[in-house]
Structure formats: C-alpha cells, structure tokens
Ligand binder design. Sequence first.
Ligand code: NIG
Ligand code: FE
Length: 417
Amino acid sequence: MLTLIKNIKELVGVESTPQLRKQGKEMAQLETIKDAYLLIEDDKIKAFGTMEAESGEWKAESGADLVIDATGRMVFPSFCDSHTHIVYANSREHEFVDKIRGLSYEEIAKRGGGILNSAKATAAASEEELYDMAWQRLEEVMRLGTGAIEIKSGYGLSTESELKLLRVIRRLKETSPLTIKSNFLGAHGIPMEYRGHQEDYVDLVINEMIPRVADEGLADFVDVFCDQGFFTVEDTARILEAGIKHGMRPKIHANEMAVSGGVQVGVKYGAISVDHLEQMGDAEIECLKGTETMPTILPGCAFFLNLPLSPARKMIEAGLPVAMASDFNPGTSPSGNMQLILSMACIRYRLTPEEALNATTLNTAYAMGVSDEVGSIAVGKKANFYITKPVPSYEYMPYSYGENKVETVFLNGKKYV
Ligand code: NIG
Ligand code: FE
C-alpha cells in the first residue's frame, strides 16, 4: 500500500541523518521542508522531499493507493509520551479541592489519600473495566497527536493487582495502533499495612512481584518513586538491581518533593530516564553529563501541583538533552495533552519551539527506547505523524495553546482520525 501526502505547507521534524536523541545546542536544530511531499509504503516512511524536486518520488502519484492533498497544512512526527499512568479507575477531584484549600500533595498521601486512594479503587475494578477506561484515554491522546506512549503500573500495590494492571497494558499493546512500552512501578506508594516497616513491602516487590512480572514478560522497564516520604535511595537501589536481573531497564521518579538522591541512583544503575526533576541542584546536572540517561521534565505535574519549575534551560546550556512528557495520571496531571506540554515547554520553561518539539518527540522516544523507530520523519521509521488544520507556521503550535490543531492522524501508515 502506497500513500502520498502532497502539497504539505511544511514538513517538520525531518531527519536526513537520524539521531537517537538531541542534546545541548543540538536541541535547537529542527529540519523542515517547505512545500513538501511524504510517501509512505505500508507502515513505514519511504521518501520525502520538495514538491518541486525533479526526481521527487511524489511523481509516483499515479501508483499511490491513497493521495491526500495537504494544502495549507503542516505535517509533524507524532508526539511520544514517555511517562504516563493511564491504567486507573477513579478521578481524584476531591483531593484537587483539598489542595486548593491548602493541603499539600504529601499531606494528602500521609492520610491515605493520593496514590493509595487510586490503588483502592483500582483494586476493585476488573481487568475488563480497566482496559476499557485506559482505551478511552488512549483514543483521546491519539486524537491530540500522540503516537507512542509509555504506561506504568503502580495503582496495584499488591502482587495480584500489579499483575492485573500490567496485563491490561499488555492487551493495550496488542490491540492499539500506538507504540506502547510498559513499566512496572510496584514501588509507587507504601500500602497502609506496611507503614513503619516499608522494607517488608520492598521485599515483596523484589521477591514476589518482580519475578512474577518477569515470568509473564509483562514489563519493559522497572520504576521507583524515589522521593521524600516515599522510597529511599537504598530501597531504590535494591529494586533496580532486582529489575535489571530480570531484564527490565530502570526509569526513575526522582526529585519531585526534594533533592532525593534519585538522579544519582538512577544514573548509577543506567536508567534510560530520570523523571520529574523539579528539585535539581548543580550536583544533579553534573551527574547527568556524559551519561545515557534522559532527564525528563513533566510540566503538567508542576503546573497542577504548583511546584517549582525544573531548570530546563540550565540543563540544555550545560549540554544535556531534555525530554518533556505528560505524566497523565489522576493525582498530579489529569491530562495527556502533549500539545499543551509543548506550549508549557515554551511558555513556562523558555524552550524555543524547535527545542520544545525535539523535547516532546525524539527525546521522549529515546526515553522509552524507541527513537530508532519513531520520534521524527526519517526514511524507514514508522509512519506515525499528524496533519494539522490550516496553520500559519510551526511556531503557531506552541503559541496557540488550548486548541486542538491536529486534523488527521496516521499511525503505522494507516489513517485513524
Ligand atoms: O508521576 N509522583 C509519583 N507518581 C505520579 C503521581 C501519582 C498520583 O498521585 O496518583 C506522578 O506524579
Ligand atoms: Fe509519574
């Protein structure tokens, strides 16, 4: 099947020489082609170039099975959302109101709300119900331009419940056109019955959960919420070691509440990403230099909880790569809208539109280990992209926040919206 998109006002995020990620000054590089064509064969990108190019393959129009005229519209690589928790049963707007009235996220967690509130409702839901709810959320983010997504467990917090969540993610992988990676986050919260002896819960994660998850091949990654009031650096090191032994690459929740040591322990164990980073000192930036770990900022969480902003500019100026993901979850970021994350990247973190686009596509693809197959428009990559409504320029994408600028969605070479 050959599909041709022609008369594209501007084809954005092109890579003639594909890279796995962009760091420091490279983050400002964004290749585009004006008045372009894009040719797709089956599920992959076959060619692209200018409409004018004499030898342009678009002249194979007569051989194309589907031709789309994109006059006035732009084409972008799909967003990659490398950090979400979309398998959950209940919303948490009552805690949202408690926060407005003055309670902090940690105070709510201490009294058994927060993650434990979600875990209670999620334990009561069936696999089928959780699948249906997560499917709706996937549909919603697909319409907003997301083409690849990482999904964490972590609202189970018992062996059976964690397995249930991961099986839901497996079924989503099998049935959804999105590229999906699964992450085992058994160490997300400390169940009430383990308060005061949390090392016993860590033992359960290590001795029972991780081996069962590995036996069923349910997780690509292992994650820990390494932060003040949650899991310690020692807990984290033990869990990551066990995960690695069972073939799961680490990712970390770190430095949301405090400078937790999470960045350092993540880097030590070769984490593919360390995420949140609202609390970053110079030592954390220094420690990330020259490593394979992607610093990942979650602007939706900082916005929703009114947290300090991660020093994104400082990290880029220090030569680091930066990725930005949604953190879609019921407690700290109840939205998976990556167009909004793109806007926040520019408005709140002072990234340029070029940097922000790289942070939400190629670098997030790297943060879930799929930047060789998605995250940019490159020959041989999956044909995952969206066509915009008529827009004046690519800078308009972060500028016009709150409006869905996506008109048509292609995933694996097929039109879904
Ligand atoms: O990434 N920080 C830890 N985990 C989630 C929040 C989970 C929740 O509050 O339900 C996050 O922000
Ligand atoms: Fe998270």
